[in-house]
Ligand binder design. Structure first.
Ligand code: EPZ
Length: 419
């Protein structure tokens, strides 16, 4: 079990470049299965979820080489269609590999992705969509086995704009016979990035980023070279690092238009935020102001992946703030750890009531999920004294350079011994 040790109280200043987006690169890597050719992907982040996805592709028979932030994937030699259970357990979003296997090979098998610290994480919308496209799904001993001669295009209405289900349907529909239309599709920017990647391979998809996506099936796909979009959640996390330490930082390689829900809340707490093309500059106020309500919603609403980080920030804001988590049923595991640092937080089911305190005190706290862990690091940066965050494997799933980037900005943070 690894840990980060943080000596809080340092005001962060400086400039950091933002890496490629975890939630864009994972479906894009799954999409490389579809072509049976070479795909070159630039701006890949150095995160453990990407390592897991590479392991999955190698298990299926792909050749994958990595050169710093560039991945070269050759999917011509795939000869297995089952994702090993141990890898699905490691990363539940590997379920999107199923759509690509089904799309190209008309078969695939993955074990049921378990629940996780955020809740049950069902995949009923994925399964229903595959059935609508003509797949025969057998759910046997915790495995989902899909077989079909040929997938056919279908009109699919998603009961919830699920990101993963939208991506899986896109991957299954690219080589299907006929046209697939997704209504009530997820509108996250990562969906548009996946569409752009697939179209660069020769797919015919439009509407990515809107609530209706149209996929016209094609016969085959070509080799492709592509650069992944920047990670808006890492960017939002780093902006809060500047805000919570009373600092002033700049981020480069960001897409400002994708971060409006985040930057508007940062202005609401009193930060001065300036945007200029692919750069964002933030200056913290003398004292942070509470926010009446943060309600997490599908894009373009306030992102659930920024909820924990904002809870850490609001712990130090004057007054009482309310957070309503509407996307996941239990995404507050970080609250009890923030309370150990001196925060005043009350939970009522999906609602968190945060009464700002003057100061957090360093302590040993435990990360239980990716964004909750990042929130504990943010709180530690502001806390008086030393904070040790344990179980930082969770954080490395989505942050490839958190310690080095925070150090670059002046934080006293370093990796603890394996405990
Ligand atoms: C993606 O997860 C992201 N992960 C999550 O980011 C993000 O929080 C989430 O979208 C919402 O934006 C990746 O992209 C790898 P969903 P996903 O399907 O696809 C329910 C992070 O920290 N649902 O949009 O799993 C589900 O239970 C991670 O980077 C069903 O009911 O999210 C949840 O309540 C965490 N049935 C809601 O929809 C289904 O079949 C949102 O899930 C599928 C989902």
């Amino acid at each position: 079990m690894t840990s980060y040790i943080i000596e809080g109280g340092k005001r962060l200043e400086g400039e950091v470049c933002i890496d490629g987006a975890k939630n864009a690169v994972l479906p894009i890597i799954a999409a490389t299965i579809l072509s049976g050719k070479e795909s070159i992907i630039h701006n890949c982040p150095n995160i453990s979820d990407l390592d897991t996805m590479i392991e999955i592709l190698r298990e299926l028979g792909c050749r994958v080489t990595r050169n710093n932030k560039t991945l070269i994937i050759d999917s011509s030699s795939i000869d297995r269609y089952e994702v090993p259970d141990r890898l699905v357990r490691k990363m539940r979003s590997s379920i999107i590999v199923l759509g690509a296997l089904l799309g190209r090979f008309k078969q695939g098998q993955v074990s049921y992705p378990g629940g996780c610290p955020l809740g049950a994480r069902p995949i009923d919308l994925h399964i229903k969509a595959f059935k609508d496209m003509g797949a025969c799904i057998v759910e046997d001993h915790g495995f989902i086995i899909c077989k079909e001669r040929q997938l056919r295009g279908a009109k699919i209405y998603l009961d919830f704009p699920s990101v993963g289900a939208t991506e899986n349907i896109m991957l299954a529909g690219v080589l299907a016979q006929g046209t697939t239309i997704i209504y009530n599709a997820a509108k996250e920017p990562e969906i548009k990035d996946l569409q752009d990647f697939l179209n660069a391979m020769g797919a015919k998809i439009k509407g990515g980023g809107s609530d209706t996506i149209i996929i016209e099936g094609v016969e085959s796909l070509d080799r492709v070279e592509y650069t992944v979009m920047p990670d808006r959640i890492i960017a939002g996390t780093y902006l809060i690092a500047g805000a919570i330490t009373g600092g002033e930082i700049s981020l480069t390689n960001v897409n400002c238009s994708q971060m409006r829900a985040i930057t508007s809340k940062l202005r609401e707490v009193g930060c001065n935020v300036c945007e200029d093309k692919d750069k964002i500059h933030i200056r913290a106020p003398q004292s942070l102001k509470s926010v009446d309500l943060i309600r997490t919603q599908p894009y373009p609403g306030f992102p659930t992946d920024m909820q924990a980080q904002f809870m850490a920030l609001l712990s130090l804001a004057e007054g009482t703030s309310i957070i309503l988590e509407t996307v996941f049923e239990s995404r507050y595991k970080h609250a009890k750890e923030l309370i150990r640092l001196g925060a005043n937080i009350q939970l009522e089911e999906r609602t968190a009531i945060i009464k700002g305190v003057n100061q957090l005190q360093g302590a040993t706290v435990e990360a239980s999920d990716l964004r909750g862990g990042a929130a504990l690091v943010l709180a530690g940066l502001a806390a008086e004294g030393v904070t040790t965050v344990t179980n930082t494997e969770h954080i490395k799933r989505g942050y490839g350079s958190l310690v080095s980037d925070m150090s670059l900005l002046g934080a006293n943070i370093y990796k603890g011994e394996n405990m």
